[in-house]
Design a protein around this ligand. Structure first.
Ligand SMILES: Cc1cc2nc3c(=O)[nH]c(=O)nc-3n(C[C@H](O)[C@H](O)[C@H](O)COP(=O)(O)OP(=O)(O)OC[C@H]3O[C@@H](n4cnc5c(N)ncnc54)[C@H](O)[C@@H]3O)c2cc1C
Length: 354
């Protein structure tokens, strides 16, 4: 083998961290360039690891494969803040919930049907458990910023360099991308991987590449830490919530990216009132802060992963990046370094928008 391949990873959220970690593990010479360590969307995420309803079968299997990859990664990087706490879900009318259970159960998802007594036994603080919900024991959550920081720190131990800078554009030489122009100067490399969330759009545009990515907002309220109230993820019709490793209850109202409106504080306060109302013994539950994050969502909802436009350029931008990070990290590192095409990434190429 010749010299090590040098890869610039632009982005230090959950996706950039995972790609950088997998590249260094595979022996590459890696430079991570980012404005924000820990990411932009990543710190504002609900961070539910799932392959839940609403997706076609091929994407269900991709997401579920990544759920397994989180376990592989945890074995390689002990101490990752993962919680395989399971979920209880009733954010669909009962007939559609039953259809979801039947369909995903048929695809191999471990779905259980629960009545209100069983729901109360699992989540005794729920004030009004529904008559019917489904539970998925294999779902979980991760504290995403800490996980990204752990992957980046381990990558640095393995030799990765970190440059805190703004990337202004790509350097092009003929049909290849050969580096990036940053606020700290030019950096050249064999490959550039754009794992910069919604920030990938202007960077790709500097080489004439259009990335059809939207960034709708998502509100999450965070309580002050308190003693155990929730055992797992609760995905109800009007809100979803979980208790973090720190003991905070965090909650959002929808996964679609609805606008929190002009008075975000008021919207957050109203959501927190709903959280309190949904739990027993909630007098000591107080809101600490709220976040409004922007979900990097490709126009058709599926990830954009792969080489695009020029040799030497790789893009990895997606929603559900928290669920998908370990799988995308390993597949992207392998495609970048080996040049081999991975068939499981075929549905996610940018060329589908052409
Ligand atoms: C409210 C909300 C709830 C969510 N819930 C879930 C969920 O439950 N489950 C799930 O799987 N996913 C969820 N997501 C989606 C998930 O959080 C994102 O898909 C994921 O965090 C994207 O990570 P990323 O690393 O690609 O991007 P980001 O976290 O946005 O990181 C981008 C990185 O690129 C850097 N960057 C960008 N532009 C430049 C530039 N020009 N120069 C230098 N650096 C640059 C930034 O500094 C940052 O380091 C949610 C998102 C939101 C907002």
């Amino acid at each position: 083998m010749g010299t090590k391949q040098h890869v610039i990873v632009v982005g230090a959220g959950i996706i950039g961290a995972s790609i950088a970690w997998h590249l260094t593990k595979a022996g590459a010479d890696v430079t991570v360039v980012a404005e924000e360590t820990g990411g932009v969307a990543t710190p504002n995420s609900f961070a539910w690891i799932n392959a839940s309803w609403g997706n076609p079968e091929f994407y269900f299997h991709f997401r579920r494969r990544s759920m397994g990859e989180w376990k592989r990664l945890a074995a390689e990087l002990p101490g990752l803040p993962l919680s395989w706490c399971g979920s209880i879900c009733w954010d669909l009318p009962p007939d559609r919930l039953e259809a979801y259970a039947k369909e995903h159960g048929g695809w191999g998802y471990g779905i259980e049907r629960l009545g209100s007594g069983e729901i109360s036994a699992r989540e005794p603080y729920l004030r009004n458990p529904p008559d019917f919900a489904v539970a998925v024991a294999e779902e979980g959550a991760v504290e995403p910023v800490e996980a990204a920081r752990m992957m980046l720190a381990d990558a640095q131990v393995r030799g990765a360099k970190f440059v805190s800078a703004v990337v202004r554009g790509l350097i092009r030489s003929g049909e290849r991308i050969t580096g990036v122009v940053t606020s700290a100067g030019m950096i050249e490399a064999d490959h550039v991987a754009l794992a910069s969330g919604a920030g990938a759009v202007p960077i790709a545009a500097s080489a004439g590449i259009g990335l059809p990515i939207e960034a709708p907002p998502g509100l999450i309220v965070h309580s002050r830490p308190l003693e155990k109230r929730l055992n797992g993820l609760v995905i109800a019709m009007e809100l979803h919530m979980r208790q973090t490793a720190e003991g905070r209850i965090i909650a959002g109202s929808d996964f679609g990216g609805s606008d929190p409106g002009e008075d975000r504080r008021e919207t957050a306060a109203a959501l927190f009132t709903q959280v309190k109302a949904s739990l027993l013994d909630s007098d000591s539950l107080t809101m600490d802060f709220f976040t409004v994050g922007y979900r990097p969502i490709p126009q058709d909802g599926f990830p954009i992963i792969g080489s695009c436009g020029f040799g030497g350029l790789y893009v990895a931008v997606m929603h559900s990046g928290v669920t998908l990070a370990p799988l995308v990290g390993t597949l992207a590192a392998n495609e970048i370094l080996s040049g081999e095409i991975d068939a499981s990434l075929a549905p996610f190429r940018l060329s589908r928008f052409a």
